[in-house]
Write a protein that binds this ligand. Sequence first.
Ligand SMILES: Cc1cc2nc3c(=O)[nH]c(=O)nc-3n(C[C@H](O)[C@H](O)[C@H](O)COP(=O)(O)OP(=O)(O)OC[C@H]3O[C@@H](n4cnc5c(N)ncnc54)[C@H](O)[C@@H]3O)c2cc1C
Length: 411
Amino acid sequence: MEETYDVIIIGGGVVGCACVFELTSRGFSCLLLEKNEHLAAEASSGNSGMLHTGFDATEGLELDCIQRCQARVFPLLDKLGVPVNHIGATMVAWDEQQLERFPQIVANSNAAKCTTMHELSCSELYKREPNITCGALGGLWIPGEAVTDPWLFPVLLANDARKKGARILLRSRVCSVVRNTEMWIVETTRGTFNSKCVVNCAGLYGDIVNILAGKSEFRILPRKGQYTVYSKSAQNLLNSSILPVPSDVTKGVIVFRSVYDNVIVGPTAENVDSRRQAPVDESIRLRLTEIAAKVVRELPSHPVVSLYTGVRPATDVKDYIISAETDRKWITVGGIRSTGLSGSLGIAEKVHSLVKTSLNIEPDRGQSLFISKPDVSFTRHGSAIVDGVEHFITHPLTFAGRTEYVANSRM
Ligand SMILES: Cc1cc2nc3c(=O)[nH]c(=O)nc-3n(C[C@H](O)[C@H](O)[C@H](O)COP(=O)(O)OP(=O)(O)OC[C@H]3O[C@@H](n4cnc5c(N)ncnc54)[C@H](O)[C@@H]3O)c2cc1C
C-alpha cells in the first residue's frame, strides 16, 4: 500500500530541511523527497555561510523571514551543536561616493528595525581592521552579522525531523504529481506517495516542479557566484567580514572568515544558462585575487586551499515567492535567491502557518518541540556521522574547514 503523509516536501536544500524540521516539530507527518544522493547538494552547497541581519534585504517577505529567523536561530544552533561565530561585518568605503551612501544605508536599516550599525572614521576603521589595504575613507560596523556552518545546519534540521518521525528519502526525484479529490499522488524514482498537501522547495528546479503541478508562477534565472578560499593561516588578517558598499546592481564581493577560519573572497554574480554548479572561471579567479589584494594587501600571499561556485535560484522578482493554492493544497516556496540560510526558519514558520490556516490541515500528532543534541563526528574522508547516519559533506566551506581541522588535529 502507498504511504500517506500530511505533507510532502520536495527538495532537501536548507529551505526544505527547515520546513520538514518545523512541520514535524508541530506534529505533522512529513516526507521529504530529495533527488540527489545527499542533502544540501545544490544552491545550499554554494553559499557563503553568513547569517545576515537583513540590513540590506528587500522589504517584504525576505526581510520578514530573515527577521523571524534571527529571533530563533542562535538558540537553535546552540541546541543542535552547530558552530557559529558572531564575528560582525565592516562595510568599507573606498571613495567619497561610497562614503556618502552610509547615512542612507543606516537609515534603511533603522527603518526596518534590523540591527544596530555604527559609522567608523578612517582611524577607527584601521584600529579595528589594521590589515586592510591603505586608502579606505571610513567604515560602517555591523555587529549583528554572523557566520555558521552552512552544511551542518540543514543536515541537523533534517536529522531532528527524522528522529521525530519524518521520512527523509534521498535519490528520489519527483517525476509527476496528480491531485485527486482528497490527496496528492506524488510519483518518484523510488515509489509513489500520497499526501494532503505538497510544499515545493525545489530551489533551482522550483519552476520545473511547479510545471509538473500545472503552474507557471515564475521562472528560475540562475545566477552564479564564485569564490576563492584561503588557508586558515590568513585568519588573523581579518577581525570581521569586510563588505563593499553595495551598488544598485550588486552587493559586491566580500572578504570574510568562515566559521572554521578560512578566509574567503566572493561571491561574484553572473547570470548563467545552466542550473548546475560549474568550475570557477579563470578570469574570475584572477579578478578575485585582485579584489583580495585591494581589500587586504597580504591576503594573496597565503595559500589558496579551494575554489568553489554556487548557483542562486534567482527569478525576475527581487523578493521570495511563498504562496498557497488553497483548493489543491499546494504551497510554492520559490526564488529563495541569496539569503535562504538566513531566512530558513522564518520561511518554515510561514509555511507552517499556511499549512494550518490557509490549507486548514490539522496535524495528526502532538507537538514535539524538544531538541535533543545530536551526536556528530567528522570522518577523515569528508563525511560526518550524525546519530549513526553517514552524510557526505557537500559544502566546500565545511569540507575545507573540517578537513584542515582534522589534518591539524592529527599533528
Ligand atoms: C553564491 C551564493 C552565496 C550565497 N550566500 C548566502 C549567505 O551567505 N547567506 C544566506 O543566507 N544565503 C546565501 N545564499 C542563498 C542560499 O544558499 C539559498 O537561498 C538557499 O540555498 C536556497 O535553498 P533552497 O533549499 O531553496 O534550494 P536548494 O539548495 O537548491 O535545494 C533544492 C533541492 O530540491 C531538490 N530538487 C529539485 N527538483 C527536485 C525534484 N524533482 N525531486 C526531488 N528533489 C528535487 C534539489 O536537488 C535540491 O537539493 C547564497 C547563495 C549562493 C548561490
